[in-house]
Design a protein. Structure first.
Lengths: 241, 185
């Protein structure tokens, strides 16, 4: 009897356990499943969200269109402003070019006047030739003076000899002859010194004049360079005007 | 005011210019530097003087000569004419023109180092004027001689006065290697 009861209990336990497990699993599955109400609720929520997004999108598109329109207007405005500035600048540039052309013309006039300096250098050249000729004349006169002095020395020497011959009567004359000879020797020394100064004068005058002449050509060369630059600038400005 | 390099540069350029301008065609020439003592042997009677100037310096070149048969022969050969065809005026013009040509080359070569230069026309002065070269306040005085195979020795002096610090360097191998048209006055 007991055995029967035990078998019954054991049998009940053995068959009940799988059933309980199946029941539990079914309950767990049921918990994970969404109900119809919830599903409807979710659908409504999704539709609402979609509608909101659509509305947002449309608003943004409108905003974008407005923005684009505004930008177009701004662009047109900027283009108009730029065109005005360009016209103003062109006018200013034209005025500047006109002023620069005027300045270049004024420079050209000054350059042309400076190039006229050549006439001054030619005048210096003529003056220098006069000066050199004058120095030559002084050389000639000094050489003649030296010849006269030499002649006086010889005459004074002859006079001394004649005075010696005259003896006591010639003493006074000997003194005069000696004085004349001394004077002639001093004159000879002076003539040599004068000749030396004339040569020195020739060198200094010639080299100084040559420096002036070469300096003049240097200036003319520089002004000619300036003339070329100015003419090129004038050409460039004429093309730009 | 003048550095040693600048002094050497002036000397080198003048030596090259002398060789180019004073040597008759087909003849050999040698330009040498002379000391004051060696230059004392110079017994020429006249000088052709020329000046090359800038606002920084002036260089005076003196070409000594004696108007005799040997000198006439040299300048006749240099100008490809017969000595007997050379009048006194042609002879003096040939000497002045030779100096002009030499200083023209010097002027052109110096133009590579100095922006603005000018050159004088030649003048003839007496040799005794050379005794007063020191009076020109030059910072560089150098004497030269050019020995040409069939000609007498010619003496040349260079006197440079500077008015600023001047320094430039001339490559002796490169100087004078170029030939070309010169601006003659």
């Amino acid at each position: 009897m007991i055995n029967q009861i035990l078998f019954l209990v054991a049998g009940a336990l053995l068959s009940g356990l799988p059933l309980a497990w199946l029941l539990r699993r079914e309950r767990a599955r049921m918990r994970t499943m969404v109900g119809q109400d919830q599903l409807d609720l979710l659908q409504r929520e999704v539709q609402t969200a979609l509608a909101q997004q659509q509305a947002g999108f449309e608003a943004q598109q409108e905003e974008l269109t407005a923005l684009r329109h505004e930008n177009d207007q701004r662009l047109a405005h900027t283009e108009r402003e730029n065109a005005t500035v360009l016209v103003q600048r062109n006018a200013k540039n034209s005025a500047s070019v006109a002023r620069m052309l005027e300045n270049c013309d004024a420079s050209q006039e000054t350059i042309n006047n400076l190039l006229g300096l050549m006439r001054t250098f030619e005048r210096w050249h003529d003056d220098m030739n006069v000066l050199i000729e004058h120095n030559r004349e002084m050389h000639r006169k000094n050489d003649e003076f030296a010849l006269i002095v030499n002649q006086v020395i010889i005459v004074a020497l002859n006079a001394s000899i004649e005075a010696a011959r005259a003896g006591a009567y010639g003493r006074g004359f000997a003194v005069v002859a000696s004085e004349v000879r001394d004077l002639a020797q001093r004159a000879e020394k002076l003539s040599k010194s004068y000749r030396s100064n004339l040569y020195q004068n020739d060198l200094i005058t010639t080299t100084t004049f040559q420096d002036l002449q070469a300096g003049g050509k240097m200036i003319i060369g520089a002004v000619t360079g300036l003339d070329l630059i100015n003419k090129k600038t004038l050409e460039t400005l004429a093309l730009a005007a | 005011m003048l550095t040693q390099s600048a002094k050497d540069g002036f000397d080198t350029l003048l030596m090259q210019s002398l060789k180019s301008s004073m040597t008759p065609a087909g003849e050999q020439a040698e330009v040498i530097l002379l000391s004051e003592q060696e230059h004392a042997a110079n017994d020429a009677s006249q000088i052709v003087v020329l000046t090359v100037s800038s606002y920084l310096f002036r260089a005076m070149v003196l070409f000594y000569f004696t108007p005799n048969a040997d000198t006439r022969g040299h300048y006749a050969r240099l100008n490809h004419i017969q000595t007997e065809d050379m009048s006194e005026q042609t002879f003096m013009d040939a000497i002045a023109e030779c100096g002009n040509l030499c200083c023209g080359i010097l002027n052109r070569e110096l133009g590579k180092f100095f922006a603005h230069l000018g050159m004088s026309t030649p003048n003839v002065i007496d040799k005794q004027c050379a005794a007063f070269l020191q009076k020109l306040n030059g910072q560089h005085l150098q004497h030269f001689a050019i020995n040409i195979t069939q000609s007498p020795r010619f003496y040349i002096s260079l006197c440079v006065s500077s008015y600023a610090d001047i320094d430039f360097e001339v490559d002796p191998d490169a100087a004078g290697s170029e030939t070309g048209e010169l601006e003659l006055f």
